[in-house]
Design a protein around this ligand. Structure first.
Ligand code: SF4
Ligand code: SF4
Length: 364
């Protein structure tokens, strides 16, 4: 349940809090009181249909040379400063097929294979051996609870003292592990965090993206988590074209109707992600952009995190720069934390659009 989960990992619509703050805040919210078993119908207002902006196709001369932009300027780079969060991609298989899953997960797409427990453990051991400052391990897919090793991976990460954040759609794959999740929670408490993907506060928009009969199973899983003290976070999207305030208010009405104590104004508890349109043209990012925009390379997700992926047919997993670019070979950096290339050239439209520019322009 990564899809948008994953997609969104590094780029919420608001400034994202540090990973450990996010986890701690997620964990700090206590379980709401018990309530009626039936999922209520949330008071839902009519949703403005999304406005699809005209697409200006990406100029094919851009993002070709890792060293230079199409204008011949030196391309911006980001160097890993410290590994705060290591993401594990558990595999692209998912129990559903969302319309705009950035990683194209589905019940058939296994282009990223299931990460095995021993493979995950080798990275945790390397973090220890290298004395890295990593506190958080993120798990994303696909749907992480489809992975047959998921419980072992979670247990290993928690036993090693990490905070874990699992991005899930909270549907059947997660729900069949309820007993095991309760055992993990009893042992490790708030260090096990879960974030549930709810694409919109209305069934109509959520199911338009995720398919029919995806709303009630998601709500059932979310409520189970909340009722059992997991203090789940929720990941939403800007699919409807509404502004942030309207989205937060809409989720607020839904959670109030559900009797769920989820603080919708807290960007760590309700994380809202923009939509990605890779077809849209976007400026390239040169080294001169940082000063023009008042941003620093150290603020990018790839300065503080990496993701492990296991490509189908490969012998061992590899590290990629971030959760947003699991497939592009340019962003594959090596197989071990110690040996991985530390510097990334921002040679992909996502780097510009979602990480650096965020709608701004750095044309001098
Ligand atoms: S298809 Fe699966 S991984 Fe992709 S967004 Fe949907 S739930 Fe998430
Ligand atoms: S999309 Fe590019 S800039 Fe953003 S985190 Fe990934 S590699 Fe870094």
């Amino acid at each position: 349940m990564a899809g948008m989960h994953s997609a969104g990992i590094g780029l919420s619509l608001e400034k994202r809090p540090p990973a450990r703050t996010r986890d701690a805040m997620t964990a700090a919210v206590s379980a709401p009181p018990a309530r009626a078993a039936l999922p209520p119908t949330a008071p839902q207002r009519p949703v403005t249909p999304p406005v699809t902006p005209p697409v200006t196709p990406l100029n094919p001369a851009k993002f070709r040379d890792p060293a230079r932009t199409a204008k011949g300027e030196e391309r911006a780079t980001v160097t890993l400063q410290r590994l705060e969060t290591l993401w594990l991609n558990t595999g692209t298989l998912c129990n559903i097929t969302c319309a705009n899953c950035y990683i194209e997960s589905s019940p058939r797409n296994d282009s990223l294979a299931y990460l095995r427990r021993d493979e995950a453990a080798s990275y945790l051991a390397e973090i220890r051996a290298l004395g890295l400052p990593t506190r958080e391990i993120g798990l994303t897919g696909g749907e992480p609870f489809m992975n047959p090793d998921i419980l072992g991976i979670l247990e290993d990460g928690l036993e090693a003292g990490f905070h874990l954040l699992v991005l899930t759609n909270a549907m059947r794959p997660m729900q069949r592990h309820q007993a095991a999740l309760l055992r993990l929670k009893a042992r490790f408490g708030a260090r096990l965090g879960l974030r549930v993907s709810m694409d919109h506060y209305s069934r109509a928009v959520h199911e338009a993206e995720r398919g029919p009969r995806t709303w009630e199973p998601m709500l059932k899983g979310l409520r189970w988590l909340a009722d059992n003290g997991f203090a789940p976070a929720v990941a939403g999207r800007g699919l409807s074209g509404e502004g942030l305030a309207d989205l937060r208010a809409g989720y607020g009405r839904l959670f109030a109707a559900l009797g769920m104590a989820l603080a919708v104004d807290d960007p760590a508890r309700l994380v809202l992600f923009p939509e990605m349109d890779a077809r849209q043209d976007v400026p390239e990012v040169s080294t001169g952009c940082w000063d023009i925009l008042g941003k620093r390379p150290e603020q990018m997700m790839c300065a503080t995190s990496r993701m492990v992926v296991k490509r189908k047919g490969t012998e061992r997993p590899a590290l990629v720069a971030c959760t947003l670019l699991p497939h592009d070979p340019q962003f594959e950096l090596g197989t071990t934390l110690a040996g991985a290339r530390p510097t990334v050239a921002l040679n992909h439209p996502h780097c510009a659009k979602f990480c650096v520019l965020g709608g701004a322009s750095c044309s001098a």
